[in-house]
Ligand binder design. Structure first.
Ligand code: SAH
Ligand code: SF4
Length: 386
């Protein structure tokens, strides 16, 4: 009688290894326990491996020089340190980098790294694939929600950018990736738990050590989640305001019907840790003839009165099929002066990466393009119906 060894069975041979990068300390510990690390060494081993992953950014167990050979082999047998595939990487003339990463089949995510003229740089991460909210000026808003990203998938965006910039280990001087903004695809406060978990991982001092004050969560105004993210993560808050009266805000941001301005402002006033040193950023996209008059500016000042706030004026970034135009430069400046005179900093955000559709609100098309091409490939391979 022929016998089949378990190890010969195809499912065993192709069994997927667990990816460790992007996992929390507790998750790593659980996986180490499951492969038989002795309880009394578990904490030490977890810290060691956590540090190799997040401080040194290693992608091969061989690089873990303080781990004995047999353990390295065991780790490699069960786990992987590999990153997901970068489907597309584009670099703008202004140095902005956009990545399209395939986290899982059909789950493609965009992140944008924006180097500053100074020594800093921000990575704009996605929290969802697509978005359920349909803000009229936003490209992502035209893409249906595919799913929420996990904390691991959020962290992988940061790690892969560090890989690309060559910014390991964390202690390296003059790193450019200093800040994280949740301003990519999706609404982070419809995925609060995973976003908070991701912030815990990126802020860990023994790992990537990205301080919580350097992390900004941007929301279109999911009121009940605002206090929660503040308490859970201690991150900075940005509100996509874009209009200072309910009637107009409802027109361009349907979420305002559910959570009108009065409730939104109340949640802002109560944001944990709010102070003059920790102000809320209010984002205001400049839409020609829609929300950009001096009257609108005065409305905005009245709304923000008493809140430690700064206003970010964002020139509207067009995308294929968008129905708005960007306000004229003089109009934006005039608006900024009014807001500034009332005591609120009101910088105009320079559009970055427009040539590669990487600027605010432009994220989406590449994913769709890739999905279409992937679909064609699947059709060719007989895996999908044309
Ligand atoms: N969903 C979150 C975070 C992602 S959007 C939120 O809405 O806050 C990041 C920022 O880009 C938001 O302030 C959003 O309003 C703005 N934005 C969206 N579309 C834009 C466009 N076409 N031009 C400029 N800014 C845009
Ligand atoms: Fe979603 Fe934010 Fe775009 Fe609105 S602006 S559709 S909340 S990603």
């Amino acid at each position: 009688m022929a016998t089949t060894l378990i190890s010969d069975m195809p499912e065993t041979a192709t069994k997927e290894k667990i990816r460790l990068p992007g996992l929390s300390r507790a998750q790593i510990s659980k996986h180490l326990e499951a492969i038989g690390i002795e309880p009394k060494k578990l904490k030490m081993r977890t810290s060691q491996i956590f540090q190799w992953i997040y401080n040194f950014g290693v992608s091969d167990f061989e690089q873990m020089t303080n781990v004995a050979k047999p353990l390295k082999a065991k780790l490699a047998e069960h786990f992987t340190l590999q990153r997901p595939e970068i489907v597309e990487r584009q670099v703008s003339v202004d140095g902005t980098r956009k990545y399209l990463v395939r986290m899982a089949p059909g789950i493609e995510v965009e992140s944008v790294f924006i180097p500053d003229v100074s020594k800093t740089g921000a990575l704009c991460v996605s929290s969802q694939v697509g978005c359920t909210l349909t803000c009229k000026f936003c490209h992502t808003g035209t893409q249906r929600l595919v799913r929420n990203l996990t904390a691991q998938e959020i962290i992988l965006q940061v790690m892969m950018t560090r890989d690309d910039l060559g910014e390991w280990p964390t202690t390296q001087e003059n790193r450019k990736l200093t800040n994280i903004v949740f301003m990519g695809m999706g609404e982070p406060l419809y995925n609060t738990d995973e976003v908070a978990k991701a912030i815990d991982i990126m802020a860990d001092e023994t790992g990537m050590a990205i301080g919580r004050r350097r992390v900004t969560v941007s929301t279109s105004g999911v009121v009940p989640e605002i206090a929660k993210i503040g308490e859970r993560s201690n991150a900075m808050l940005a509100i996509s305001l874009h209009a200072a009266n309910d009637k107009l805000r409802e027109q361009i941001m349907p979420i305002n019907k559910k959570y009108p301005l009065k409730e939104l402002m109340e949640a802002c006033r109560n944001y944990p840790g709010l102070s003059n040193a920790r102000r809320i950023t209010f984002e205001y996209v400049m839409l020609k003839g829609v929300n950009d008059s001096p009257k609108h500016a005065r409305e905005l000042i009245n709304l923000l009165r008493g809140i430690p706030a700064k206003v970010n004026l964002i020139p509207f970034n067009p995308w294929p099929g968008s129905n708005y135009e960007c306000s004229d430069w003089e109009t934006i400046e005039r608006f900024g002066v009014i807001v500034n005179k009332a005591g609120f900093a009101s910088p105009i955000r320079t559009p970055r990466g427009r040539d590669i559709l990487a600027a605010c609100g432009q994220l989406k098309s590449e994913s769709e393009k890739m999905r279409a091409s992937e679909k064609r490939k699947m059709e060719k391979d007989g895996l999908a119906q044309p």
